[in-house]
Ligand binder design. Structure first.
Ligand code: FE2
Length: 233
C-alpha cells in the first residue's frame, strides 16, 4: 500500500509540478537591464515548419531579435535605468526615449514569443481552460477574438492574451514593440500568449496573407508554457 502511495505521489509530481516551474522569460523581467542575455532559441530553425519556415525563423531570431537586444543594451548601458530590472523599466517606459521603448520591447516580446511556440501537441491546463471559458464564453470565442486582434492590428505589432490585475483574462493588440507591461498601454496586465504580426514574422512564406499565418499559429501554441504563466499569477 505504501509503495502504491509512493508511486501515486511520483506520478502526481511528474504531471503537476512542471506547471509550477517558471519559464525562462520570467527571470528576464527581474534581471537588471545590463545583465540581460540574448536567449537560446528553444528549438531548431526548422522545428515549427510548415507553420513557420526555417529561413523566416533564422532571420527573425538571429537578425531582428538580436538587433533589438544589442540596441537595447547599447541605449541603456550609460543611463540610470541600466541597473533597473526590465519590469520596472516597462512600468515607467513613458519616461524613456523611443530607442529604449522599441528595443526593450522588441527584446522581451520575442523572448515570450519563441517560448510560447512548440512543435509538440499541448493543451491548456484545466484552470486556464476554465478561466478562458469563463471570461470569453468559450475557447472558440477566445480564439476568434485573439485571431481578430492579430489580423486587425494596423501595421506592425502584437496580439496578446493578458491576465489583468482584476484576475480576468482579456485580448489586446499593441503597435510596434509595445507590450501589456508598459505604462503607455491602455490595457495593462501580465502577458500570457504573444503573437508577432510584424511582416518580418511571416512575409517570406505568407506574403500579404497575414490571416493565414494567424490561423496556422494555433497549430504551434505551447499551451504548457502559457498555462505556467497563468498558474504563476
Ligand atoms: Fe518580430
Amino acid at each position: 500500500m505504501k509503495q502504491k502511495n509512493l508511486v501515486l505521489t511520483f506520478v502526481f509530481a511528474i504531471a503537476v509540478l512542471p506547471l509550477f516551474a517558471s519559464n525562462p522569460s520570467d527571470k528576464t523581467l527581474s534581471t537588471k537591464a545590463v545583465e540581460l542575455v540574448f536567449p537560446e532559441l528553444p528549438y531548431a530553425y526548422n522545428a515549427l515548419e510548415p507553420t513557420i519556415d526555417a529561413k523566416t525563423m533564422e532571420i527573425h531570431y538571429s537578425k531582428h531579435h538580436k538587433a533589438y537586444y544589442n540596441n537595447f543594451l547599447a541605449a541603456i548601458k550609460e543611463t540610470p535605468a541600466a541597473n533597473l530590472d526590465l519590469k520596472s523599466i516597462f512600468a515607467e517606459i513613458s519616461k524613456q526615449p523611443a530607442v529604449v521603448r522599441n528595443n526593450g520591447g522588441g527584446y522581451y516580446n520575442h523572448n515570450l514569443f519563441w517560448e510560447n511556440m512548440t512543435a509538440a501537441k499541448t493543451a491548456p491546463s484545466a484552470s486556464l481552460k476554465a478561466a478562458i471559458e469563463k471570461d470569453f464564453g468559450s475557447f472558440d470565442k477566445f480564439k476568434e477574438e485573439f485571431s481578430g486582434a492579430a489580423k486587425k492590428q494596423f501595421g506592425s505589432g502584437w496580439a496578446w492574451l493578458v491576465l489583468g490585475k482584476d484576475g480576468k483574462l482579456f485580448v489586446s493588440s499593441t503597435p510596434n514593440q509595445d507590450n501589456p507591461l508598459m505604462d503607455v498601454v491602455e490595457k495593462k496586465g501580465t502577458p500570457l500568449l504573444a503573437l508577432d504580426v510584424w511582416e518580418h514574422a511571416y512575409y517570406l512564406k505568407y506574403q500579404n496573407l497575414r490571416a493565414d499565418y494567424v490561423d496556422n499559429f494555433w497549430n504551434i501554441v505551447n499551451w504548457d508554457v502559457v498555462s505556467k504563466r497563468f498558474e504563476k499569477k
